[in-house]
Design a protein around this ligand. Structure first.
Ligand code: ATP
Ligand code: MG
Length: 424
C-alpha cells in the first residue's frame, strides 16, 4: 500500500476553520500593541547559527538540543529561528534603529524547536513577540505587564491566567548565588533526577525550575537568589510589585522562576494557566539589559515578552471563549439553469464592487437545490439570491432572507439597496 503523505512531525497545518480563531486573536493583539505605540517588524526565519549560540547560552535547552541548524551550500551554518528576541536585536543594531525616540517593536510568526511534540508543544509553533529598547526604569516593566493583562481581559481569559514574577539580578549576582546553590545541592546529589544531576554541572539555576516534586522539596531549604540581590535592585523590584498591585493586577512572587534563556536579568515573568496541564506557560518575558551590547550594539537596556499562540488558542477553545460559528458566507448565489451561470458571476462581481467586505459565494456544483440551501444555512449566509429564467424575464431575482426566513421577488435595480439594508 502507498504510504500516506504527511507533514514533518510536530509541524502542523493551520486549517481554515482554525484560522478563524487565529485571525480573531491576531486582530486583538495587533490592536492592543498599536494602542501602546508598538511598531511591527518582520524578521527572517533564518539567521546565522552563531548569533543564537552566543546570545541564548551554550548550556540552555534551546542550544543544546532544540535548534534546527544546517549548513548552506557555502558551508555557512544557519538556524531556523527558535525565538525572536535575538533576531530583533540583530536587526535593530544592523539597521541603526536605536537612535529613535520610540523603540517598541512587535512581530508574529513561526519559531522552530526540535522538541518532543505533545499537546501545547510543537516543532513549529508561533509566537507574538514584543521588544522595547532604551528604557532602564521599571516604568516599562509595568507598562508591558499592563499591556499583556489588557490582552487577557480583552480576549476574556483573564480569570484563567496567573502572573508569576521574579527578580533574577545581574550576571555577577547570579554567579555568586550559583556557587552557593551548587554547594547546597551537592549534598543531595544522590537524590537528584538525571536531568538535575546534569544541570548541576551545566546550568544549576535551571534546577530551581524543575517540575519534579521531590526536587522542589529539597529546594525548600536551598539558599535564595533574593539574598544575593543588591539593595537598589530590591527597591526597583518592590516598587514594580507595588505598581502592579496598584493597577489591580494579581501576581505571585515566585523566587524559583528562572527563564530558560541565558540573556535575561532583573525582572522576569511568566503568565501561566492551570487549565493547560504541563505546557502551562502561555506568555514569558523579562529584561535583557546586556544583550544589545553583547551582540555588538551600544549599551542599551531592553525588555521583551513572547506569547505562544498555539497555547493561547488551546486555552480559548477549552474555555469556549470563541465559538467557531463565524459566518463563512454572507451572500449565497444559486443559479437554477446552467446557462444562467454567467449572470451569477456578473452579479457577484457587481456586489463585490459595491460592497467589498461582503463574502459572496456562488455554488458551482451540480447539486440539488435543497442541498445548496442547506449549505447556505450552515455557512450562516444571511441571504440567498436565486437566478432563474422565469424571474430573469421579469428583470427580477428571488431573494431569500435567511434571518427572517422570507422570500421576495426583487427588481434587479432594487437588489443593491436590499443588500445594504440587510448588511448595514
Ligand atoms: P517551555 O518551558 O514550555 O518549554 P520556554 O521557556 O522554552 O517554554 P519561551 O522560550 O519562553 O518558552 O517561549 C515563550 C512562549 O512560547 C512559551 O511560554 C510558550 O507559550 C511558547 N512556546 C515555547 N516553546 C513552544 C513549543 N515548542 N510549542 C508551542 N509553544 C511553545
Ligand atoms: Mg522550552
Amino acid at each position: 500500500m502507498k504510504k500516506q503523505i504527511q507533514s514533518v512531525r510536530g509541524m502542523h497545518d493551520c486549517l481554515p476553520h482554525e484560522l478563524i480563531i487565529w485571525n480573531y486573536v491576531e486582530t486583538i493583539l495587533k490592536e492592543i500593541l498599536t494602542s501602546y505605540c508598538y511598531l511591527e517588524i518582520r524578521l527572517p526565519l533564518l539567521e546565522k547559527t552563531s548569533i543564537f549560540k552566543r546570545a541564548i547560552g551554550d548550556v540552555t535547552d534551546v542550544i543544546e538540543k532544540e535548534m534546527y541548524s544546517f549548513d548552506d551550500r557555502n558551508g555557512n551554518s544557519l538556524t531556523l529561528r527558535p525565538e525572536g528576541t535575538v533576531s530583533c536585536v540583530r536587526s535593530i543594531i544592523q539597521n541603526n534603529l536605536l537612535q529613535k525616540k520610540n523603540n517598541r517593536f512587535w512581530y508574529i510568526g513561526p519559531m522552530f524547536r526540535y522538541e518532543r511534540p505533545q499537546k501545547g508543544r510543537y516543532r513549529q509553533f508561533h509566537q507574538l513577540g514584543a521588544e522595547v529598547f532604551g528604557i532602564d526604569t521599571a516604568d516599562i516593566d509595568l507598562e508591558i505587564i499592563m499591556l499583556i493583562s489588557r490582552i487577557w481581559k480583552r480576549i476574556g481569559i483573564n480569570s484563567y491566567m496567573k502572573l508569576e514574577i521574579n527578580y533574577i539580578g545581574s550576571k555577577t549576582e547570579r554567579f555568586e548565588y550559583k556557587k552557593k546553590l551548587v554547594i547546597f545541592l551537592k549534598k543531595y546529589e544522590h537524590l537528584l533526577d538525571e536531568d538535575c544531576k546534569r544541570r548541576l554541572y551545566t546550568n544549576p539555576l535551571r534546577i530551581l525550575d524543575s517540575k519534579n516534586e521531590n526536587i522542589q522539596k529539597i529546594l525548600a531549604d536551598a539558599p535564595l537568589l533574593s539574598e544575593y540581590i543588591n539593595i537598589n535592585s530590591k527597591k526597583y523590584f518592590n516598587n514594580l510589585c507595588k505598581m502592579i498591585s496598584f493597577y489591580n493586577i494579581q501576581y505571585e512572587y515566585n523566587s524559583n522562576l528562572i527563564r530558560g534563556l541565558d540573556y535575561y536579568n532583573s525582572t522576569v515573568f511568566e503568565w501561566k494557566s492551570d487549565a493547560l496541564g504541563s505546557q502551562n506557560t502561555i506568555c514569558a518575558g523579562g529584561r535583557y539589559d546586556s544583550l544589545v551590547e553583547e551582540m555588538g550594539g551600544i549599551q542599551t537596556p531592553a525588555i521583551g515578552f513572547a506569547i505562544g499562540i498555539e497555547r493561547l488558542v488551546l486555552l480559548m477553545k477549552l474555555k469556549n471563549i470563541f465559538s467557531e460559528t463565524l459566518e463563512e458566507i454572507n451572500i449565497y448565489i444559486i443559479f437554477i439553469e446552467n446557462h444562467n451561470k454567467n449572470l451569477a458571476v456578473q452579479l457577484s462581481e457587481e456586489i463585490r464592487n459595491l460592497y467589498p467586505t461582503l463574502k459572496v459565494f456562488i455554488n458551482f456544483f451540480q447539486q440539488n437545490i435543497k442541498k445548496k440551501i442547506k449549505h447556505a444555512i450552515n455557512s450562516l449566509a444571511k441571504m440567498i439570491i436565486f437566478i432563474k429564467d422565469e424571474e430573469i424575464k421579469k428583470n427580477c431575482f428571488i431573494v431569500k432572507d435567511l434571518e427572517k426566513n422570507i422570500e421576495h421577488c426583487i427588481l434587479k435595480q432594487d437588489l443593491m439597496i436590499k443588500i445594504q439594508n440587510i448588511f448595514r
